[in-house]
Design a protein around this ligand. Structure first.
Ligand code: FES
Length: 108
């Protein structure tokens, strides 16, 4: 299986690109690679919002729309913006090769 690249941008530590298999989620890719700034307290259950990322504007339209549960959580999240998503709800596919997301200054 071909690996895909995901870049996590972090204001404190700069950008980090990881290569992962195109399955699982963006959150899992971050946790497996010890990416700073993704806490993922609920383990992907769409209930904690500590996996929040800002998706690069060039990528936001290429992602499936959020499910209502995700939309509700993001709506009330401190620091959320127009491209905010929960990374545990972003399924990795080969089409997301090159995805760029920014981690928030703080989670939770
Ligand atoms: S890991 Fe908890 S909402 Fe994503």
């Amino acid at each position: 299986m071909n690996l895909i690249k995901i870049t996590f941008q972090d204001a404190a530590s700069g950008a980090r690109t990881v290569e992962v298999e195109p399955n699982g989620t963006v959150m899992e890719a971050a946790v497996l690679n010890n990416v700073a700034g993704i806490v993922a307290e609920c383990g992907g259950g769409c209930s904690c919002a500590t996996c929040h990322v800002h998706v690069d504007e060039q990528w936001i339209d290429r992602l499936p729309a959020p499910a209502p549960e995700e939309g509700d959580l993001v709506e009330f999240l401190d620091g959320a913006g127009p491209t905010s998503r929960l990374s545990c709800q972003l399924e990795l596919t080969p089409q997301l090769d090159g995805l760029v997301v920014r981690t928030p200054h703080a989670q939770g």
